[in-house]
Design a protein around this ligand. Structure first.
Ligand SMILES: [Fe+2]
Length: 249
């Protein structure tokens, strides 16, 4: 396990745990197939209070699906999250975190193609873990600002004290609700203002060959009990990520 960077209160920001031994080839295949069949593209806009985009950026292309859609196709996913993934996170943090009961809000899938990036934001959940199922051909980076209120992609990259290289089949355990952050598709994108204008074509095999695919798992964490999101905040962030059109169970 590798560790990167500390917050101002000395909370460790990032733990990188190899979880390749938890997944068989057929589990990986099932996940990738179900993700490909479930994700939706749309232009993401930045009205939510967790956003840290500059005002001149009106929207970026985004590809997401919820744990609810995915778990309908993969029957083992919910139990796997609530048992194996939760156990890895609890063992790594040396305290018992709890899975979020509602699978729709517990898991989000994020896909990036060439030239794309994740919205600049702070997290809603104080403790989360990202499984890097498939990285971009040249890796990809999580850029973490030490500040909560830094706005804008270039500003976050410039301020980032922690640039975490993302590695396939590792679980990145993070505490990022006090740090503005973003994810680049790969290192080539850093310091490059990409014209994020077009939605990717999900029917293009080349898109999927080069896609970066991550599953985000959220947790209830006793160490951050006072900053866990309220039920309204959980619904609000779900609607922000998924466009407000998906039904939450
Ligand atoms: Fe995040």
């Amino acid at each position: 396990m590798k560790k990167f960077g500390y917050n101002v209160d000395k909370t460790l920001l990032f733990y990188d745990v190899d979880v390749s031994n938890l997944f068989t080839e057929s589990m990986k295949y099932d996940l990738l197939k179900a993700i490909r069949e479930s994700v939706q593209t749309r232009f993401m806009t930045f009205h939510h209070d967790t956003c840290r985009e500059n005002e001149d950026v009106k929207s970026i292309p985004a590809i997401y699906c919820s744990g609810l859609s995915l778990s309908k196709k993969i029957e083992w996913l919910e139990n796997f999250y609530k048992n194996q993934i939760t156990k890895v996170v609890s063992t790594t943090l040396d305290r018992e975190v709890k899975p979020v009961n509602d699978i729709g809000r517990a898991i989000t899938v994020q896909v990036l193609g060439h030239g794309m990036r994740i919205e600049c934001h702070i997290d809603t959940y104080p403790t989360a873990a990202n499984l890097y199922l498939k990285t971009a051909p040249r890796g990809g980076e999580l850029a973490i600002s030490p500040e909560r209120n830094t706005k804008g992609y270039q500003n976050i990259l410039n301020e980032a004290e922690t640039l975490v290289p993302l590695t396939e089949m590792t679980l990145g355990i993070v505490h990022l609700n006090n740090n503005a952050h973003t994810v680049t598709y790969c290192w080539d994108n850093v310091n490059e203002e990409v014209p994020l204008l077009a939605l990717p074509n999900l029917d293009d095999k080349n898109f999927w060959a080069g896609a970066r695919i991550a599953l985000n798992f959220n947790f209830d964490d006793p160490l951050f009990a006072e900053s866990m999101p309220s039920s309204e905040e959980r619904i609000s962030i779900y609607n922000h990520i998924h466009g407000g059109s998906s039904k939450v169970n």
